[in-house]
Design a protein around this ligand. Structure first.
Ligand SMILES: [Zn+2]
Ligand SMILES: [Zn+2]
Length: 424
């Protein structure tokens, strides 16, 4: 199979600058645009145009160009997760493609200067990433979690050889002892040879007879083992943070094991919302407390402490719905310090039930006690109207189809239907 030279596609030198690459692309794109081709040539023009576009996209991107220069098109094996443009670094890419295999000539790879078998040994295996759910309490107090991780470890019996002492391996016939094979793969418009590890010999290039295989790992070279591990979540950690246990991912012979990585996933809390180091909690107070003063434990903090508020007259005024109280230093701990964020307490006033005012004596008393309404609205004529007592704001603007522009509720897709019903 022929390796496609992207520089040739664009007609530029290997050392071409980015400006030169862009210029060449614009020129080619103009002349080879499929719209300009005659109908019978369109398909060919389309393929050519796509090739030009891919060559440009690869070479104009500094990172992709570096990969291409080193590994050719094999660097962009699109079938792999996180392959092309997936932010993989060179080391990951190498390990992904070649694993721990020995290093022979790499067909189609244009050679790899300075990378002998010894260099390959130092390459790190894949990191193992997992989500780790944590409560806000865990993040407030910090948490140590012990667990058993099942992972592949190198067989202690054969030291990862996979065979008995003194056993002589045979060359793997599937890959001619190379440990890797070339397989064609569609990458964009190209059919490109991609190098993969040989699955017959697990990339070693060698095969042992069943009799010679290590009886403990059955020739697999690694074994599944449960290892006790400890995960420490420091107080003040955030969701999305990564906690790394270095070298605790699967082991593989001739390879430094990757890291076991836990990504913290903060679970929603029923009392608190968190923003950075600050906490927000809603509390409910009675109408009497709102008017006359509040003095009690209003909520339980993340460490179990009761938080008491003493809001008495004359110091504190009346508490109003939506009012925010700010308590300094009662938010989340800030990592690597003694400091804490702040706690915001939002007031909700619970009004009495409807039947509270059935007794006329209470109504009379309240009318005497509470402030009177403001000055009356002045009007020439007055209409006494009928009304609904529990209308919904979602219906606002729904009386006329044009009204939807005035009141748009993006979450409510059924608004249009409601409008039609209302018109009847
Ligand atoms: Zn073994
Ligand atoms: Zn093989």
């Amino acid at each position: 199979m022929e390796e496609i030279d992207l520089y040739e596609v664009l007609g530029v030198e290997k050392g071409a600058s980015q400006a030169e690459i862009r210029k060449a692309y614009h020129k080619l794109a103009r002349t080879h645009h499929p719209d300009k081709a005659a109908a019978e040539d369109r398909e060919e023009a389309d393929t050519k145009f796509k090739a030009i576009l891919q060559a440009y996209e690869t070479l104009y991107d500094v990172e992709k160009r570096a990969l291409y220069d080193q590994y050719g098109m094999a660097a962009f094996d699109g079938s792999r997760p996180g392959g092309m443009g997936g932010g993989m670094n060179m080391e990951d890419l190498m390990t992904e493609m070649f694993g721990d295999m020995g290093f022979g000539g790499m067909p189609g790879m244009g050679g790899m200067p300075g990378m002998g078998p010894r260099d390959m040994k130092a390459k790190k295996g894949q990191d193992d990433e997992k989500d780790f759910p944590v409560t806000l309490e865990d993040l407030y107090l910090g948490k140590t979690q012990r667990f058993g991780a099942t992972k592949n470890v190198i067989c202690g019996h054969c030291k990862g050889k996979g065979a008995k002492d003194g056993a002589k391996p045979k060359k793997c016939s599937s890959c001619q002892g190379q440990g890797h094979k070339q397989v064609p793969r569609q990458v964009g418009p190209f059919l490109t040879p991609v190098v993969v590890a040989c699955d017959t010999c697990n990339g070693t290039g060698e095969i042992y007879s069943d009799k010679e295989k290590c009886r403990k790992c059955k020739g697999n070279r690694t074994m599944s083992e449960k290892k006790p591990l400890e995960l420490y979540v420091p107080r003040g950690s955030h969701g999305g943070e990564r906690i790394v246990l270095p070298g605790e991912a699967d082991q593989s012979p001739n390879q430094e094991p990757g890291d076991l990585v836990f990504v913290l996933e903060e679970q929603p809390h029923e009392t608190f919302q968190r923003a950075g180091a600050d906490l927000l909690a809603d509390i409910h107070v009675s109408l009497a407390e709102a008017l006359c003063g509040l003095s009690r434990v209003v909520l339980k903090h993340l460490d179990g402490r009761g938080i008491a508020i003493d809001h008495q007259k004359p110091k504190g005024g009346i508490l109003r719905p939506g009012q925010l109280l700010r308590v300094e230093g009662e938010g989340m701990p800030i990592k690597k310090s003694e400091a804490h964020g702040n706690l915001f307490i939002r007031i909700n006033v619970d009004f009495p039930e409807d039947d509270y005012l059935q007794d006329q004596t209470i109504t009379t008393k309240l009318l005497e006690l509470l402030p009177k309404p403001g000055p009356p609205v002045q009007a020439e004529t007055v209409d006494e109207v009928e009304y609904e007592t529990n209308a919904s704001i979602d219906d606002f603007g729904g009386t006329d189809a044009h009204g939807e522009d005035a009141w748009e509720d993006e979450d409510d897709e059924g608004a249009g239907g409601g409008a039609q019903c209302a018109q009847q």
